[in-house]
Design a protein around this ligand. Structure first.
Ligand code: COI
Length: 354
């Protein structure tokens, strides 16, 4: 059993921070001075260390690049005005990471490495947390298989690592979304609920098609009728119809169990909205738009936080919104941001302080 105190720490001689301004930086482009790394060998996790951010040396036969045993998470750390650092709901990501691991026949990562290692890494690089509005330190835990063999089977060896990326918002402007009805992201029995790398690779072709049509992303639909709404791929989706916020339910296993999704549902209830997690199809959304009941549509995700959708298109039918006049998504974002930044009480115990 690895204790957090067993993590060997080797620090950089000189920080790269002096060459970077953390104001107005893009999402996921810069990486902090250090990373955490651990190896799974002979049925146990070993070599847990925090060390200078560096390359891996890999063999061409590395199993994960052939057969896709690779999973990840996205988490954020914030600093309050007094300089205290907190990580937002990392235990939820820890649980989801190990759910993804089980689906992909990979070993689970113990809390001592995932949570305690993350806390120690963030402590080492806490000067990398930006203080600019809508910025944070994005934490990216990843596991991939490291066997060097071409047989198709669950690997016996894995690497787990965590990197840190000071980041601005993923989507700075309200989005234009195309409802996808050609390609499929996930079907019941598949891997849609897991945060495995292949889900993202498989989604690129639809996003490319949407981009060519002037849209930012697609809204995925079910595999059979291409009517039932799933998620935006990098975000869960919510529709405010009259005084009810509706979001696709989790039980079919085709969408990600978003941590921001859950946080926003909690805040919407606090704001007095009714909340429904259920199947919702595009006909219901179009009908609500036509009769004026569809008030707001937005995405929720760790990277995106709460991202307003200003245009939603299904076939030739375009639904446009004046996002400047919205009240619900902006209020939910305000409440969430205040908790992140420590300017409001952490009334749901979402922050894990260092
Ligand atoms: C996140 O919101 O953390 C995600 O994983 C989306 C990402 C692929 C950028």
């Amino acid at each position: 059993m690895i204790a957090a105190t067993d993590i060997q720490v080797t620090k950089v001689e000189q920080s790269k921070l002096k060459d970077i301004s953390l104001d107005n930086i893009p999402f996921g482009k810069y990486f902090s001075d250090h990373m955490l790394e651990a190896d799974y060998i002979d049925g146990e996790w070993r070599n847990v260390e925090i060390k200078p951010y560096q390359s891996f040396l890999i063999e061409p036969s590395l199993s994960s690049i052939h057969y896709g045993q690779a999973i990840f998470e996205g988490i954020k750390a914030y600093r309050d005005a007094a300089g205290n650092v907190a990580i937002f709901r990392p235990y939820e990501n820890f649980k989801r990471f190990n759910t993804s691991a089980e689906r992909m026949c990979m070993p689970v990562v113990p809390e001592e490495i995932f949570i305690e290692g993350m806390k120690q890494l963030v402590e080492v690089d806490k000067n990398w947390i930006p203080s600019t509005k809508d910025h944070s330190l994005y934490i990216r835990p990843v596991m991939f298989s490291t066997d060097t063999a071409l047989g198709v089977r669950p690997a016996e060896t894995y690497k787990f690592f965590i990197l840190l990326s000071p980041s601005g918002p993923y989507f700075a402007k309200p989005m234009k979304i195309l409802v996808e009805e050609e390609y499929t992201r996930a079907a019941p029995g598949g891997v849609g609920f897991a945060k495995n790398a292949g889900n993202y690779g498989g989604s690129l072709i639809a996003a490319k098609k949407a981009n060519a049509m002037g849209y930012d992303q697609v809204l995925w639909t079910d595999a059979f009728e291409h009517k039932w709404l799933q998620e935006v791929g990098m975000m869960n989706v919510m529709f405010v119809i009259n005084d009810t916020a509706i979001t696709p339910s989790l039980e079919e296993g085709t969408i990600l169990k978003g941590v921001t999704r859950d946080s926003v549902l909690t805040l919407l209830k606090e704001m007095g909205l009714k909340v429904e997690e259920r199947r919702i199809n595009i006909d219901e959304v179009m009908e609500a738009y036509k009769n004026g009941a569809l008030k707001e549509v937005f995405g929720t995700g760790t990277a995106a936080t709460i991202a307003p959708i200003k245009e939603l298109r299904y076939k030739d039918f375009v639904m446009s919104f004046d996002t400047d006049s919205w009240t619900i998504a902006p209020q939910a974002k305000k409440l969430l941001t205040e908790i992140h930044n420590g300017t409001a009480a952490d009334r749901y115990n979402w922050l894990v302080k260092l």
